[in-house]
Write a protein that binds this ligand. Structure first.
Ligand SMILES: *Cc1c(COP(=O)(O)O)cnc(C)c1O
Length: 419
């Protein structure tokens, strides 16, 4: 279809089946980007990113880099090292592997969803032997299964256990502390590597306390900055493994990056303006308080689930203790294409939702409720979905959105009022 100068399809408003006037591709007001990453970027962060670039080999940059690495350590809850790459999260997956392993090493991967599957494929392409623990994509990694697999590995052939903390494709969280306890119970030496890309800065995460060896993170989810920065938090044990690891590495080499942590000067050009954004985002998280950020995400996730249940739809995560606080994946009723629903919602209400990934394609839509987000963005999102379901004739109980409103504003609980 031909587009006009501002990219809209020059098509008159039309009247839908219910007699409402609908504008094709309503582009007035703000777009609602409620995919589970990249997430909405606060204006403060956008302004920070818009500052003039500086010399990355000058003293000002060194100060900036040190400041953000310190701030990040408090988000990872670690006293150990954090390194930062100008890359998407996939790069940090690769970095974790090439810095700690040798060619042909065997790793254990929990297939909890699409992202774990991708991480496993990456490991396989790099020549590692990937032992996959299959899953139904509706529950997290099982500590019992981990314990039995590691106990069976008497000669300790497995060098690493790969787990995605928050499966963004399914809205399922794995209990990392429990997995670590299972590893410790069998006294296995494998490294624990955790992808916290869509949980870090939004959900409780403790790199040191949970004895994670490498945590992988990225900028575009809970950290509220554009895609393009990724991170590894590295335990002492992982640093030791690094000394023995024989995988060839250059761009991802921790050693060059670790030196930069001391000097503030990077082995190659850093993503300076994204780092400005990161500094601002970390400041915002400090102002709100990390614990408050976690509580906000939990509260919003509960409100979303209340509405989904009220609609009579099914949530992908089947284990209540494993509900994600950042993303909720929802099955559309049988015979109703989730992508068609998403397209209707985008067309009529300018709201983007996450698609079903891999084997969940067309079957689910995903609501991102993380990062720079508030009550009205949440209720707006749910309202958009409910209106979309009406337009697309997706069966649901009408008014389900009220369940979220009641949860967010319980009657008579005006906490802000002076006592
Ligand atoms: C978004 C995401 C990724 C993908 O990272 P890229 O930045 O696209 O390379 C990996 N893992 C999880 C859990 C994610 O949410």
């Amino acid at each position: 279809m031909q587009k006009d100068k501002i990219g809209c399809e020059p098509q008159a408003c039309r009247v839908c089946a219910r007699g409402n006037i609908v504008t094709p591709m309503n582009r007035t007001g703000r777009h609602f980007l409620q995919i589970p990453g990249p997430t909405n970027i606060p204006d403060r962060v956008l302004r920070a990113i818009g500052q003039p670039i500086i010399d990355h080999r000058g003293a000002e940059f060194a100060k900036l880099a040190k400041e953000v690495l310190e701030g990040l350590s408090s988000i990872f809850q670690t006293n150990s090292s954090v390194v930062m790459y100008p890359s998407s999260g996939t790069g940090a997956w690769e970095a974790a592997l090439v810095n700690t392993l040798s060619p042909g090493d065997r790793v254990l991967l929990f297939e909890t969803g699409y992202f774990s599957l991708l991480w496993g494929q990456l490991a396989q392409k790099m020549g590692f032997q990937v032992e996959s623990v299959p899953g139904n994509w509706r529950a997290g990694a099982s500590a019992g299964e981990l314990e039995s697999r590691l106990s069976a590995d008497k000669s300790q052939v497995l060098k690493a256990v790969l787990v995605v903390h928050n499966e963004t494709s399914t809205g399922v969280t794995s209990e990392i502390a429990e997995l670590r306890r299972a590893m410790n119970r069998c006294g296995h030496r494998a490294l624990l590597m955790v992808d916290a890309i869509s949980s870090l800065g939004s959900m409780e995460y403790r790199h040191d306390e949970w004895e994670v060896d490498v945590t992988i993170a990225a900028s575009q989810k809970g950290l509220m900055i554009p895609p393009g920065l990724s991170f590894n938090a590295i335990s002492q044990k992982a640093l030791l493994a690094n000394k023995m690891a024989k995988m060839p590495r250059c761009y991802w080499d921790w050693q060059g990056m670790l030196k930069s942590c001391e000097t503030g000067f990077y082995p190659y050009t850093p993503a300076t303006n994204l780092i400005y954004g990161l500094r601002e985002a970390l400041q915002m998280i400090r102002e709100e308080g990390l614990e408050n950020v976690f509580r906000r995400h939990e509260r919003h996730a509960r409100a979303v689930r209340a509405t989904v249940w009220e609609w009579g739809l099914e949530i992908v995560c089947s284990v209540p203790q494993e509900y994600s606080s950042t993303v909720t994946a929802v099955f559309t009723p049988k015979g109703h294409d989730a992508d068609r629903l998403r397209a209707t919602i985008l067309e009529h209400f300018d709201l983007s939702l996450g698609s079903g990934l891999g084997k969940l394609a067309n079957k689910v839509f995903r609501i991102g409720h993380l990062g720079h987000f508030n009550d009205l963005m949440l209720t707006g999102t749910l309202t958009g979905i409910e209106m979309g379901m009406r337009l697309a004739s997706v069966p649901h109980k009408e008014g389900g959105v009220m369940a979220a409103l009641y949860r967010l504003a319980p009657a008579g609980k005006n906490l802000a009022a002076p006592s």
